[in-house]
Unconditional design. Structure first.
Length: 138
């Protein structure tokens, strides 16, 4: 396994017409949420994160200690929902960001998701995002 084989996929909802900044913000939230969702309070004696501990699987630890490879992709509401279902079934780390609706999109709109970190050399993960295109912010 190479240092770039473990990747996190950040998928932004192209259906919503968000600005570049909004897309970057949503993707960043999705990335962080994968880890924050796995945090638990370990007590005041826990040495890091003021008592919080993040429960990570092997792929998450390897990604954190490696190259932090991330791939930004453009999705739709429909294929993002399908990806989340597949991630749940495969038991891979994932997150979903639903907007508060304060600035650009309607409240509850799915703005971004994160899939991974996952070891992309594993057969069951191959092709998971093949139908999506790279996110281009021009």
């Amino acid at each position: 396994m190479g240092v770039y084989d473990i990747k996190m996929y950040l998928i932004v909802n192209g259906d919503l017409g968000m600005t570049k900044g909004k897309m970057v913000s949503a993707a960043s939230h999705a990335c962080l949420k994968v880890f924050f969702d796995r945090m638990e309070y370990g007590g005041a004696s826990t040495p890091d994160l003021h008592g919080y501990v993040c429960s990570m699987n092997d792929d998450m630890r390897s990604w954190k200690d490696g190259a932090f490879a991330k791939i930004a992709l453009r999705g739709t509401s429909a294929n993002m929902a399908d990806l989340l279902e597949e991630a749940f079934e495969l038991e891979v780390p994932h997150s979903r960001i639903d907007d508060n609706g304060v600035t650009q999109v309607e409240p509850g709109s799915m703005t971004a998701i994160a899939i991974g970190p996952i070891d992309t050399t594993r057969e069951e993960y191959r092709g998971i995002v093949d139908k999506l295109s790279l996110l281009k912010l021009l």
